[in-house]
Write a protein that binds this ligand. Structure first.
Ligand code: G3P
Ligand code: CA
Length: 322
């Protein structure tokens, strides 16, 4: 198992001397830490999707603690914003699936309409015991939605964070709030943050605010019409994989270090292949693939030479890459 802590030894001393205050790193140390992050990204990355969310309720402390114990390279989190402007780690736009709050339909139980205090009153753990009885644990009951600040307070620079601006069009100002929070904790200069999004405008906004944080453009390929072979990309940021050209990857390379893509559509239809990975990498883009939970798929992607995999079961991936 790889231990990411060792990668932070070059920045841990200045942080310690500052007593946890992270704003006054010498410039040479900042540059060193950022370069170290980029160097590390050239190695294969194990990305814990919503934490070790196969084993514990996604984006809660138990899932993040477990992923951290597994020695993952990044903790992946979806970041949204509460009605009173707090950043929280939560995937769905609505609360019904992953909390005891109500609402999964349009306009119902939307996270953006809840204050942090209201969200903190919800149980974000018990649902997991129903959904995944094989990994159920009574202790998960009552787990709370976490703020990004709470996550950072817990793991500091002993972890790296792969943060998605989730549905950013719903949250005007989320990029500014996110960059501010990361800067306040010194995480960008520590080389501890990647920001990802399906929204190109959101990534460009982040870049305008701070051009040092590595960005990953998420893409999702799917057949526009049922039964059609031709694939399209959800937001149109690239053409479908069979039509993609070097210029399409180059356009992403202008602002991002990598591309994060699905492997399959509805677990059945494979949407990318080894040639896609090769072409992206030839255009100097890292290729990270989500969300891969079966060892066969992991091995296929490792054989293709992808640069990282998002998984709910980091231990399975660790077993293949160790
Ligand atoms: O961020 C990579 C992957 O997590 C994208 O899918 O829906 O799980 O956020 P989703
Ligand atoms: Ca995500």
């Amino acid at each position: 198992m790889r231990l990411p802590q060792s990668r932070f030894s070059r920045v841990s001393l200045p942080f310690a001397l500052l007593g946890g205050g992270a704003l006054l790193l010498p410039l040479s140390v900042q540059a060193d830490a950022l370069q170290q992050q980029l160097d590390d990204l050239q190695d294969f990355q194990v990305i814990a999707h919503r934490g070790a969310s196969g084993y514990a309720p996604e984006q809660t402390l138990p899932a993040l603690e477990l992923a951290h114990e597994m020695g993952v390279d990044y903790l992946e989190l979806d970041i949204q914003m509460t009605a009173d402007g707090e950043l929280v780690a939560f995937h769905d736009e609505t609360l019904g699936r992953a909390t005891d709050g109500e609402g999964e339909g349009e306009g119902e139980g939307e996270l953006k309409n809840f204050t942090l205090e209201e969200l903190k009153a919800l149980d974000a753990g018990s649902w997991f015991n129903q959904a995944s009885p094989e990994y159920a644990d009574d202790a998960f009951a009552g787990e709370r939605i976490l703020t990004l600040g709470e996550v950072i307070e817990r793991f500091g620079t002993n972890a790296r964070y792969y943060l998605e601006t989730k549905s950013p069009e719903r949250y005007p100002g989320i990029e500014e709030a996110l960059v501010e929070e990361l800067e306040a904790h010194g995480l960008i200069e520590a080389g501890a943050a990647v920001i990802q999004s399906f929204s190109q405008p959101s990534l460009l906004e982040v870049q305008a605010l701070n051009d040092e944080v590595p960005l990953v453009q998420l893409v999702w390929y799917y057949p526009k019409e049922d039964g059609e072979e031709r694939l399209v990309e959800w937001t149109g940021v690239t053409p479908g994989p069979s039509e993609i050209e070097d210029a399409d990857f180059e356009a992403i390379r202008d602002y991002a270090v990598g591309i994060g893509t699905n492997l399959t559509y509805e677990d059945e239809l494979q949407v990318i292949d080894a040639a896609f990975v090769e072409q992206a990498q030839a255009n100097d883009l890292l290729v990270h693939v989500y969300t891969i939970n079966e060892a066969d798929d992991m091995q296929l992607l490792l054989d293709w030479g992808v640069d990282g995999i998002f998984t709910d079961f980091p231990d399975r991936l660790n077993a293949l890459v160790e």
